[in-house]
Design a protein around this ligand. Structure first.
Ligand SMILES: *Cc1c(COP(=O)(O)O)cnc(C)c1O
Length: 462
């Protein structure tokens, strides 16, 4: 299996190099040269597999013989052995038409652990194999940082530095990152916004001398390994519904920000999983809702919401979908993206819009509606949704067709976003692992937002 760029200017590369490359060298995103097809017989053979064994099968298709099967098995076993639930991503039935796929049983209580536990172990494997130190640099608005740190803390051959905006992440998110005392972890709290953190990271990665000297690696959601890890739970959930006697017309509703999670679902569908529809839920930052419904991709004004991990105006994985929408025509994608850079918008013709609407149905959830959904489902089912999951569930309420069965992806544990839950007066008890964070000492350095200062800190740490 080889990987190529959505913009067509990168020579086909193997799995490990694709993981290390992160963003493609031509500015595009890496995709498999051809998507492996899973036949009905294979689906049949996969139905009874445990989560880790299913992940092993999926990764075997994509790692193309580069990683021996026993090594790959160890990687998935180590990655999913850290989850608190024996099923890793269990499915909960709320009613005949609605199931919740709980993706938050990993170490940081957010779905990003599913991919980042694996990526952490994979980087560690690559470091051992190539006998080199891997330096990871990333920025976070909250969940990614905690999850990435948890994925690599204490691992030999890896050093990680995460920038977060000082005092602008939720309390639990901050504690999850900064109470880690392993020597290979550096938390920099930047006096500024998340955008400032991202700009600094971008500048440092663009500094070729610096990037080469330290072999800087990224952990953001454009990394192909993260997407592949996320396709697994679509298969897993589908099989669990089958076991419960659900037949046909299974759709998935996905709380969406950077389009990584829902793209994994789209990929699972292209592989052959019979997904009926993908419901794309956004919050008030609804660039993707507008794209699906109106055919125009254009950032709007940033809105702060109760689901901050979806507060995104430009969805970094969106280009991967464009690639398939345009029939894997890299030249067409390169020209669309050049147009986006120049004009700040992409408009697709009516016939493409029809295809988009066959692939997705979209709904943007207003702030009040998000809280109403949390309150409503708590009242009716005694089940507490976090604000991100609530957007996905609200989209099901809005878009579901007669007879359609929807699986709503639950991307975070409600304890991570207690600030929003409390607005509806719903008390919750924190899981002991989260409660314990409040008594631990914090390790972080507060820094100003200049590149020079941060570069100096990194030189010292690396
Ligand atoms: C990251 C995140 C999302 C959005 O996922 P994307 O892959 O960026 O679309 C949704 N919910 C939570 C809790 C997240 O952390």
């Amino acid at each position: 299996m080889k990987y190529i760029s959505t913009r067509g200017q990168v020579a086909p590369t193997g799995f490990i190099d694709a993981v290390l490359m992160g963003l493609a060298d031509d500015g595009g995103l890496l995709v498999p040269q051809s998507v492996p097809k899973v036949t009905a017989d294979t689906l049949q053979a996969w139905r009874k597999l445990s989560y880790a064994d299913l992940a092993l099968e999926v990764f075997s298709l994509y790692a193309g013989g580069e990683i021996p099967r026993e090594e790959l098995k160890k990687l998935v076993d180590d990655s999913y052995g850290t989850f608190r639930h024996e099923e890793v991503t269990p499915v909960r039935k709320l009613n005949d038409n609605l199931y919740v796929l709980e993706l938050f049983h990993g170490p940081t209580f957010a779905f990003k652990d599913v991919a980042l536990q694996f990526l952490g172990n994979l980087y560690s494997y690559i470091s051992r194999r190539t006998k080199s130190i891997i330096h990871i640099l990333g920025a976070t608005s909250g969940d990614t940082g905690a999850s990435a740190i948890e994925g690599v803390r204490g691992k030999e051959g890896i050093r990680i530095c995460i920038l977060h905006p000082h005092n602008k992440v939720s309390k639990v998110q901050e504690l999850q990152m900064t109470t880690v005392d392993d020597a290979n972890v550096l938390n920099l709290a930047v006096e500024g916004t998340f955008d400032d953190c991202q700009r600094i990271i971008k500048d440092l990665f663009a500094d070729v001398g610096f990037k080469r000297k330290y072999h800087l690696r990224a952990i953001n959601s454009i990394n192909i390994a993260r997407l592949l890890a996320q396709t697994v739970y679509y298969f897993y959930a589908y099989f669990r519904l089958e076991e419960q006697g659900v037949k046909g017309n299974v759709s998935f509703s996905v709380p969406t920000g950077n389009f990584g999670d829902i793209f994994a679902g789209y990929l699972a569908k292209r592989m052959g999983l019979p997904i009926h529809r993908l419901l794309l839920a956004t919050n008030e930052n609804n660039i993707l809702e507008r794209f699906v419904n109106e055919g125009v991709y254009q950032p709007g004004e940033f809105r702060g919401t109760y689901s901050p991990s979806m507060d995104i105006q430009v969805a970094s994985n969106f280009e991967r979908y464009l690639y398939y929408l345009y029939g894997e025509d890299a030249a067409a994608v390169a020209s669309l993206m050049a147009g986006f850079k120049a004009e700040g918008r992409i408009e697709i013709p009516a016939e493409k819009r029809k295809q988009v609407q066959a692939d997705f149905a979209a709904y943007g959830v207003r702030n009040e509606e998000c809280l109403d959904t949390i309150g409503g489902y708590h009242g009716r089912y005694g089940y507490l949704l976090d604000p991100h999951t609530a957007c996905g569930v609200a989209a099901v309420d809005k878009l579901a067709e007669q007879g359609e069965v929807a699986v709503a992806l639950s991307t975070a544990h409600p304890a991570k976003f207690d600030e929003a839950i409390r607005l509806r007066g719903i008390p919750q008890t924190f899981p002991p692992q989260i409660q314990a964070l409040f008594d631990k000492p914090q390790f972080r350095t507060v820094v100003g937002g200049t590149n020079v200062e941060i570069q100096a800190r990194l030189e010292k740490f690396f």
